[in-house]
Design a protein around this ligand. Structure first.
Ligand code: ZN
Length: 783
């Protein structure tokens, strides 16, 4: 015995030494998160020494419709609110991504050879537009030309490094000082459907264009406490890290163009007709969208094509960027929305090709987004919220979003119609892009560093807003069961991967973090704790720049819950939830009543399998039957006969018990030991649906801390009032468990369906017919 014990101890010790700190799924994140400072506190809030830079812009720009170019000039005023002295400033020149020699083009790789041709050499791989992009991106005369850059009339020394420009200051900029410089520039607008990214123009067959203009002026790069200058090159994926400031922008465009822009229109009287100005005033109080520019007015402008110009003047306060859209094709509708501190005008701009669909859904979706996002984060603070239809599929700017879905023409009737996917795709993309006003346009995370910080949080709120649009809304992201395919796949990267290095951006930066937050809300914290904490994060960081640690810490701080295991598993690893119910043992507590106990043992014995020999020997002639005199006392009693000696002993035992001990013997509970194993690595709360003999089902919710001492295997005791007939872990598919076939006890067959096919006759393709087909006359041009 003693030897055995020692052997077991040695074995145990060997196991313990094999465990590493990496195995502790509940180890605190301190060593991975940045050290708290007086700028960013350990509670996740901005500290008393928090600072951020500021940049104001005054811009005068012109859109040349024929040359398809933008020319601009302006003054940038940069405020150094940091405690540091700066000897140079970094400015983003994102248009340089469109230069033929840009990093964006040169570092692009092909996903695989298979995309070019399949194994049989059939060219299913290269699309016409991909080929066009390859050739055009080598010849397009893109990129920004800086014509002048001066301060106080004197030229400033500057160096352009691809998509970044460094301005060297004559005098270092001290803390608390500001620096103003004048800059003028121009660039050719890329055609979005050919070279497109987030901005550009779209050509219509009627000879008119829609211009969606963004990343169009020299923008101050961000300088902040944890990163210094965020001057990482724009390779095409990592978006924009910018400072807040006030904008005063005058845009000169063809006189019959309608302009949608970040900010409030300052000169409606000069650019709108009296009727249009009137309708705009009505829209403010309307309960449904009001047309400011009708389809008939837009169609008339399309034909007239004015060659004069007109200047639209906008102002925007406390925004981190400015974008605009311009076209004579625009129909324009608007509806006011006022609640709490929000007082805004939801608006949509779209061509006739976007109807029917846009007139019915766009502005309504904008209002819905604000109503829903306000509930969960912060009151929308800007005077306008705009959705524009044009060539860009979906892209966000302050107060302004570009959304691409449109109806299609019915082949037979020529009527414009739309699919279910187009309808819900449009509502979803509008919710998403308008939702980006909150993250990252107001809660201003570093997009170039972390795509997920705005896309993930925004996709999560998008899911909540979609579900508030209509019952059973077909949401793609946020539903736990929808991410399991990705989380089961190989070649994943942790969510905490730089935006330019992520290979599967959709599931990595949108779907998985959105799902994680949904799991956190519904399963880990519950709605009350989560909603308070998430709103607290938005409130703390609105108009400021949070880092991932600020989100992680705030959610813990405001909910009173240690979530380090959650962030570690979901954000820093590619582990997945896969909990298996390995086995269940029924535990019976002895009654101390020999009649009950012996009857139980007898029943147990009877339930044991009968050996095949015993089965085949049944009815066999035996000696004791032929010679009954061989039978004695032991033949008359089996092992389960209750003796008086046993009865006396039991009575004596029970008499010696205290009352509470006697009561425990009669409580009648049913005890089960359930073995669980964690096969996916990601620790998860357990949700147990317990099926009882009476047919009732009960749910037990167990926090993830059940895994804290052993993250791979645990045993849980269930104490039930009646016998258990079955158990299902995660019955509502809320944990993103990637293999549900091991979630139930007893195991159930996985439902599946297979179609039966006739075997296809060999040699079905009639080659001879191909040779006999007559040649058609060539199609005329313009068909
Ligand atoms: Zn997005």
């Amino acid at each position: 015995m003693k030897l055995n014990t020692i052997a077991a101890l040695c074995l145990f010790a060997a196991n313990a030494s094999a465990a590493t700190i990496a195995d502790d799924k509940f180890r605190q994140l301190e060593e991975m998160l940045p050290t708290p400072t007086t700028i960013r506190t350990a509670s996740g809030a901005p500290g008393h020494a928090y600072w951020q830079q500021r940049a104001d812009y005054k811009i005068r720009a012109a859109l040349d419709e024929t040359a398809r170019s933008v020319t601009g000039a302006g003054t940038v005023t940069y405020y150094n609110n940091s405690p540091d002295t700066l000897s140079y400033l970094w400015v983003q020149l994102d248009q340089n991504m469109f230069r033929a020699d840009s990093d964006n083009r040169t570092v692009t790789t092909q996903p695989s050879r298979d995309a070019w041709a399949n194994a049989k050499g059939e060219a299913d791989g290269l699309k016409f537009d991909a080929m066009r992009f390859m050739l055009e991106s080598r010849t397009f005369d893109g990129g920004v030309t800086i014509d002048s850059i001066t301060a106080g009339g004197r030229p400033l020394k500057h160096t352009i490094n691809r998509t970044m420009m460094r301005i060297d200051l004559d005098q270092p900029l001290k803390p608390g000082q500001r620096f103003a410089f004048d800059v003028s520039w121009r660039f050719k607008i890329p055609e979005t459907t050919v070279l497109g990214r987030r901005m550009g123009f779209e050509r219509f067959k009627d000879g008119n264009d829609i211009f969606e203009i963004a990343q169009w002026f020299p923008r101050m790069a961000a300088y902040y406490d944890t990163y210094g200058w965020q001057n990482k090159q724009y390779l095409g994926s990592g978006e924009f890290t910018l400072e807040f400031g006030d904008y005063d922008v005058a845009l000169t465009v063809p006189a019959d163009h309608i302009v949608a822009a970040t900010g409030e229109l300052q000169n409606a009287g000069a650019v709108l007709t009296a009727a249009q100005a009137d309708r705009l005033a009505q829209a403010r109080k309307a309960t449904k969208p009001v047309l400011i520019v009708t389809q008939a007015e837009a169609e008339a402008a399309e034909k007239a094509r004015s060659t004069a110009t007109r200047t639209w003047h906008f102002k925007a306060k406390n925004v981190r960027d400015f974008a605009f859209a311009s076209s004579r094709k625009f129909i324009w509708d608007a509806q006011g929305y006022k609640k709490d501190s929000t007082d805004t005008l939801a608006m949509s701009f779209y061509p006739k090709e976007a109807n029917p669909l846009w007139g019915q859904y766009s502005t309504q979706a904008v209002v819905h987004t604000i109503e829903q996002y306000n509930k969960y984060s912060l009151d929308y603070p800007y005077p306008v919220a705009i959705s524009v239809n044009g060539p860009v599929g979906g892209m966000e700017y302050p107060m302004l979003s570009f959304n691409g879905r449109r109806p299609t023409k019915d082949e037979k009737t020529g009527a414009l119609t739309y699919s279910k996917a187009t309808k819900y795709g449009l509502i979803s993309v509008i919710i998403h892009e308008v939702g980006h006003n909150y993250f990252p346009m107001i809660v201003n995370s570093d997009e170039r560093q972390w795509t997920w910080m705005d896309e993930g949080l925004n996709s999560f709120l998008q899911y909540l807003a979609e579900q508030a649009w209509e019952e059973n809304y077909p949401s793609n992201r946020g539903v736990p069961d929808n991410i399991t395919g990705y989380m089961r796949s190989s070649n994943q990267q942790p969510i905490m991967t730089n935006g330019e290095s992520v290979t599967q951006v959709g599931p990595n930066a949108y779907g998985k973090p959105a799902t994680a937050l949904n799991v956190l809300r519904e399963t880990v914290l519950g709605r009350e704790l989560f909603d308070f904490a998430f709103r607290e994060y938005a409130q703390r960081w609105k108009f400021k720049r949070p880092t991932p640690a600020d989100l992680f810490r705030t959610m813990e701080d405001a909910s009173g819950t240690d979530l380090d295991w959650f962030w570690r598993g979901w954000f820093y690893t590619t582990d997945a939830v896969d909990v298996s119910v390995d086995g269940i043992t029924e535990v019976r507590i002895g009654s101390k009543d020999p009649e009950v106990e012996q009857a139980y043992k007898k029943a147990q014995r009877a339930a044991e399998p009968v050996s095949v020999t015993a089965q085949r020997n049944k009815g066999m002639a035996r000696r004791v039957d032929a010679h009954p005199e061989l039978k004695d006392f032991y033949n008359a009693n089996d092992d389960f006969t209750v003796t008086n000696k046993a009865r006396n002993q039991a009575a004596e035992d029970v008499a010696g018990l205290e009352d509470w001990q006697k009561a425990l013997l009669k409580q009648g509970k049913h005890l089960y030991l359930v073995d669980f194993s964690n096969k996916g690595g990601l620790v998860s709360p357990l949700i147990l649906e317990i099926q009882l003999a009476s047919g009732k089902k009960t749910i037990q919710r167990i926090p993830a801390e059940i895994w804290r001492t052993s993250s791979s295997k645990i045993t849980k005791l269930l104490v039930l009032d009646e016998p258990m007939t079955g158990l299902v872990q995660d019955p509502f598919l809320e944990t993103a468990d990637i293999d549900t076939s091991n979630n139930g006890w007893p195991r159930k067959a996985t439902p599946s369906r297979v179609e039966l096919f006739k075997s296809r006759p060999a040699g079905g393709d009639d080659m001879m017919k191909d040779y006999a087909t007559p040649l058609k006359p060539p199609a005329k041009d313009g068909k």
